[in-house]
Design a protein around this ligand. Structure first.
Ligand SMILES: CC(C)(COP(=O)(O)OP(=O)(O)OC[C@H]1O[C@@H](n2cnc3c(N)ncnc32)[C@H](O)[C@@H]1OP(=O)(O)O)[C@@H](O)C(=O)NCCC(=O)NCCS
Length: 315
């Protein structure tokens, strides 16, 4: 028997420490004005020593499980999207599952950098539709402060820490809540975002910016085509929160109506890589800008250069 899939609940975790642009200006030669104008960020969060990919991911996941109203014993698979787990063994998913008391689920980490959450949603939806899993926890959790070069003003002002999560389960009413994924990559451009020998991020910002603004509108159109929707019937657009100018440029190119809500969590959270899309969804829901049943187009993109996106129904 096949089932539809939907997001049943979401959750987030934001570290308590807020780092403003003025705080950044005490670390590197920059200014609030430069950062706001070029990237749109005002604040970002920084995890403390006790806050890790595992603890933040578990906290966001616990909220998503409560929001979904599922029992942990009904979760069959835990997927953790992360690119900042320092020390890749043991991976994060089984440790998060244990923290939550989920009894022996399938547990795997996946790394598609900032696109990881949308890849995870797609894998989760397929597992639910095929009957392999009843419920899947999809978590994006990042402690990017661990892999940031705090001497490089071109990158350190961009990134933040945090986690977001979703429970994907059956759509018993038969209405599909997670649309077909559009994914792809441009490995020939992968030198645009890499790591140095100290395991710190290195980025060719302008090259990424040009690629993103040139490529992403076409990817959004493909997602809509595959879903059988036009842009006018979307309620919201939640792109990976890399740069407010990229988000607004894509929205302008697509000529989205004024009534389409746009995720702008980057202003308060910075770029949190795989966590940015569920964090942005959570903040839109918390502010009442989107509500249950709204159709949101999600699109993650980043190192690789990999991307993935789909239309989902807001829980
Ligand atoms: C990173 C980014 C904000 C940089 O903005 P930019 O307009 O491209 O800036 P540039 O790198 O060309 O640098 C322009 C100047 O600003 C300077 N600059 C860089 N960072 C600065 C900072 N934080 N504060 C002040 N000046 C800065 C540079 O040194 C350079 O100075 P110069 O002209 O004297 O050499 C922008 O390129 C960007 O957002 N790119 C996309 C990033 C992205 O999407 N990444 C995805 C990761 S998942």
């Amino acid at each position: 028997m096949t089932h539809g899939a939907r997001i049943r609940g979401i959750g987030d975790y934001r570290p308590a420490t807020v780092v403003s642009n003025h705080d950044m200006a005490a670390i590197v030669e920059t200014s609030d004005e430069w950062i706001r104008t070029r990237v749109g960020i005002e604040n970002r969060r920084k995890a403390g020593p006790e806050e890790t990919v595992v603890t933040m991911g578990a906290a966001a996941a616990a909220k998503a499980v409560a929001d979904a109203g599922v029992d942990v014993s009904d979760i069959d698979l835990v997927l953790v999207a992360t690119c900042s787990l320092v020390g890749t063994m043991p991976h994060a998913a089984p440790r998060i599952a244990t923290t939550l008391g989920i009894p022996s689920p399938g547990a795997v980490d996946l790394n598609a950098a900032c696109a990881g959450f949308c890849y995870g949603l797609s894998f989760a939806a397929d597992a639910v539709r095929s009957g392999t899993a009843r419920n899947v926890l999809v978590i994006g959790s990042e402690k990017l402060s661990d892999i940031t070069n705090w001497d490089d003003r071109g990158t350190c002002i961009l990134f933040g820490d945090g986690a977001g999560a979703a429970v994907v389960g059956r759509a018993d009413d038969g209405v599909e809540g997670i649309g077909p994924v559009t994914w792809g990559s441009a490995g020939d451009l992968s030198e645009f975002i890499t790591m140095n020998d100290k395991l710190q991020m290195v980025m060719e910002g302008q090259s990424v910016y040009r690629w993103a603004t040139g490529t992403l509108p076409g990817v959004v159109r493909q997602i809509l085509d595959r879903t059988g929707m036009d842009a006018a019937s979307l309620d919201g657009l939640v792109l990976h929160q890399a740069n407010l100018r990229i988000i607004e440029s894509v929205a302008r190119t697509l000529k989205l109506g004024d009534d389409v809500v746009i995720g702008r969590d980057i202003i308060e959270s910075g770029n949190t890589s795989a966590a940015s899309i569920p964090l942005a969804m959570s903040s839109l829901r918390a502010s009442g800008e989107v509500s249950s049943g709204d159709r949101l187009l999600l699109l993650g993109f980043g190192s690789g250069l990999s991307y993935a996106g789909q239309v989902v129904t807001c829980p």
